[in-house]
Design a protein around this ligand. Structure first.
Ligand code: CMP
Length: 144
């Protein structure tokens, strides 16, 4: 099915000047960008996004990291966009990610793992409105 996924280039990706590389991979794969912005994730936004992790022991570190600098938020659209992005990202821990994936090619960290992508349709439906108002998502046709 045609899907939308909420993607974040995390603060480490911005710091390491990897946003262009990550965006380029997404575009070359053929996914359509329907929303794009840079922002700071506040503590409130972090708690909303990571609601399922707020009580976990690693949450304070996760919050510190995700609020440490700007992120780039995108909504990408395409056939099976959610699982296509998850495959492109690789597994959570960069040390275990396959070569050819974003995390496998650029990282060794579990925390600073460069990119977030929605892990299923329910997560995407919940996460997209946290970052984008409806009018910030652009519907357009692509013919190529
Ligand atoms: P992400 O998939 O964006 O969403 C949850 C994040 O929590 C995950 O990326 C990791 O960055 C982080 N995370 C998950 N598990 C752990 C853990 N055990 N210790 C530290 N960070 C974690």
């Amino acid at each position: 099915a045609n899907e939308r996924s909420l993607i974040l280039f995390k603060p480490d990706a911005v710091q390491r000047r990897l946003c262009g590389e990550l965006l380029s991979r997404i575009e070359k794969r053929g996914l359509k960008i329907v929303g794009l912005k840079m922002l700071m994730v506040t503590k409130e936004l972090s708690a909303q996004h990571y609601a399922e992790h707020v009580e976990k022991p690693f949450y304070p570190l996760l919050e510190e990291f995700i609020t440490s600098g700007p992120v780039v938020a995108l909504v990408v659209e395409g056939p099976e966009a959610i699982s296509v992005m998850r495959t492109m990202m690789g597994s959570t821990n960069g040390r275990e990610s396959d070569l050819g994936t974003i995390r496998g090619d650029f990282g060794l960290s579990r925390q600073m793992n460069l990119i977030h992508g929605s892990d299923g349709p329910e997560a995407a439906a919940r996460e997209i409105p946290i970052y984008f108002r409806p009018e910030e998502l652009i519907e357009y046709e692509t013919t190529l």
